[in-house]
Design a protein. Structure first.
Length: 119
């Protein structure tokens, strides 16, 4: 339950961050088979899939460390499913971004890192 709350909070921070940069949010928390796509947005004519990783402790590594090759593989499959179901999307106009959020609960601050174009 706690992890879900932190995840939801991180996604809301990510959405605010994207909106401030001019992204239009299309969908969030879309479940496709075995994977959930956190955020789908549109920016400069591209469809941007955004994976959000949020951490409140470095005990298991930073938020950026949480993106494994296995998770990346599952994301690529989910994105492919989404594109195949939406024929109006040009596969060449698709991008996967990662937003890493490391929260310092004591200082009540969140460090947001936006990594564009993972593949």
């Amino acid at each position: 339950m706690y992890n879900k709350k932190i995840g939801n909070f991180g996604e809301e921070l990510a959405i605010d961050h994207l909106k401030k940069k001019g992204y239009k949010i299309i969908e969030k928390n879309l479940k496709l088979s075995y994977k959930e796509l956190d955020i789908i947005a549109k920016y400069k004519g591209k469809i941007i899939f955004v994976e959000v990783k949020t951490r409140t402790s470095l005990l298991f590594g930073s938020a950026e460390d949480a993106m494994s090759s296995k998770k990346l593989h599952h994301l690529k499959k989910a994105i492919s499913m989404y594109v195949n179901c939406n024929k109006n999307i040009n596969p060449n106009e698709v991008r996967l971004d990662l937003i890493c959020i490391d929260i310092d609960k004591d200082k009540k601050i969140a460090k947001i890192k936006h990594i564009e174009d993972l593949f």
